[in-house]
Design a protein around this ligand. Structure first.
Ligand code: ADP
Length: 461
């Protein structure tokens, strides 16, 4: 195998997770074992020392009561019953000469001269080959003699040896278990990441409908997957919206452009009359302006609908917004002999783009004035309802037929009765798109001849 795939595997998170997990598993298991080993060995050692001490006191009592003979008798009894596990017992005189040694054959491998000078303190004596040890406690008796009692560490060492063997035997499956656990954990944890990689590959090859499967666990990776899945949806909406806009712009521009062309052609074909040529040019300019306005409004609607519209959000005072709009239209309303009323709560605010909201209000008030005959009334009101800022534009105008009501929000839709008025049929489409871009909603209540009432509600700030 070449070193390239190997180094790629080494760089993967899966590999590193497995490594970390198994290392952590092995280290923590070893630590637990070492702790248990240390506790076991120190408790066995303490127990041995205690036993030796008790024996020492027992033999000293025998010696005090019956002299060396009593001691020998007691040791002989003990050796008979305990055999190889019997204690080391040595009695030396005050001059250091050995008075008694239990089972001398058993201790011939030990250099007893090493303990000759020690009295009263515990020592550990090793045999010549270093294979056996005996822990010795000693006591200086009242006549100057020194009594030494010791216990072989053989049994203790055997126990600890077994423990060490078990540890080594356990470590092999522990390492295998660590690696297997790491692999399982890494594979489970990284499943959404693998899904993400696969889906990004599909999306980048044009399969925009590809989605990452969600686990619904509610964890961070699940959140990432949900966020990622919402992205192609948004892109899809944007692309569809743009395609739609492009189609409708192409379709809607055909009529005014044909008209423009027709006017220009007629002017060219007509006799050389400067006056009519000037008129035709003026018509062309007017038509071009209409086309420009139409284009700009269509672009605005598309941007607002697809979420691409950049809103300069500020805290907007609703009463000031309405007052500005009323001021703007006061003159037109007066000329048409309409009563224009404003009733707005003062402390009402909403978060929005002031210029876009002015555009919304201007469109609604313009329509209300346009579709209300002379002598009528137009009212603007604003108030708070629950957590919303509500704006109402009401008129006593011609109203909207029930069959037209759902269509008035469509681009370029104009009800039959509207053709006597100027307009592009785009105002309400823009109003609705901008209101929705502000997380608001707009409804209309109207009946033919009975006036119309447009109600907007925005989350108030
Ligand atoms: P327009 O440029 O025709 O006013 P809009 O999109 O603003 O376009 O409105 C679409 C249609 O909705 C209008 O043509 C009209 O028929 C109807 N409409 C809008 N506002 C009112 C109103 N206040 N009263 C009666 N009809 C209205």
């Amino acid at each position: 195998m070449s070193s390239r795939p190997l180094s790629r595997i080494r760089k993967t998170i899966t590999f590193r997770l497995i490594l970390w997990y198994s290392a952590f598993f092995v280290v923590s298991t070893s630590f637990l074992f070492l702790l248990a080993y240390f506790l076991l060995s120190s408790s066995v050692r303490t127990k041995d020392r205690q036993e030796t001490h008790e024996k020492l006191d027992e033999y000293a009592a025998q010696y005090r009561a019956g002299g060396i003979e009593a001691l020998k008798h007691e040791v002989a009894l003990e050796e008979r019953s305990a055999k190889d596990e019997a204690f080391f017992v040595q009695l030396t005189g005050s001059d250091g000469s050995e008075l008694f040694l239990s089972n001398p054959d058993r201790w011939k491998d030990f250099d007893l001269k090493k303990i000759a000078s020690t009295a009263g303190e515990p020592i550990t004596l090793r045999n010549y080959r270093g294979t056996q040890t005996v822990d010795i406690e000693s006591l200086v008796l009242s006549d100057g003699a020194v009594l030494r009692v010791g216990q072989s560490a053989e049994q203790r060492e055997a126990l600890l040896e077994t423990f060490r063997e078990v540890f080594v035997a356990f470590m092999i499956p522990a390492v295998v278990l660590g690696i297997a656990g790491g692999a399982f954990l890494a594979s489970r944890t990284l499943r959404p990441v693998r899904g993400l990689i696969q889906t990004i590959r599909s999306v980048s090859t044009g399969q925009i409908e590809a989605r990452v499967p969600t686990s619904h666990t509610g964890d961070e990776l699940d959140e990432l997957v949900l966020l990622f899945n919402s992205m192609p949806e948004k892109i899809e909406t944007l692309i569809t919206g743009m395609r739609h806009s492009l189609d409708s712009v192409a379709h809607d521009l055909r009529t005014p452009l044909t008209r423009l062309r027709g006017t220009a052609e007629m002017a060219l074909q007509s006799e050389q009359n400067p006056e009519s040529a000037r008129e035709a040019l003026a018509d062309c300019v007017e038509e071009a302006d209409r086309i420009l306005t139409m284009l700009n409004t269509l672009m605005d609607i598309s941007e607002a609908e697809t979420g691409a519209m950049k809103l300069q959000l500020t805290e907007v005072s609703v009463s000031e917004l309405l007052a500005d709009t009323v001021n703007l239209y006061a003159h037109v309303a007066e000329e048409k002999k309409l009563t224009l009323n404003l009733d707005s709560a003062e402390d009402l605010f909403l978060t929005g783009d002031l210029n876009r909201l002015r555009q919304v209000m201007a469109n609604l008030l313009d329509n209300a004035i346009k579709y209300t005959p002379s002598g009528g009334r137009v009212e603007l009101a604003a108030f708070a309802r629950n957590h919303d800022a509500v704006i109402v534009v009401k008129d006593t105008g011609i109203g909207i037929a029930p069959e037209d009501k759902p269509k008035i929000w469509n681009r370029l839709y104009r009800a039959d009765h509207s053709y006597s008025q100027k307009g592009l049929g785009l105002g309400l489409s823009l109003v609705k798109a901008v209101v929705q871009a502000h997380q608001g909603r707009i409804d209309v209540a109207s009946k033919p001849g009975g006036g119309s009432e447009f109600t907007l509600s925005f989350p108030s700030s």
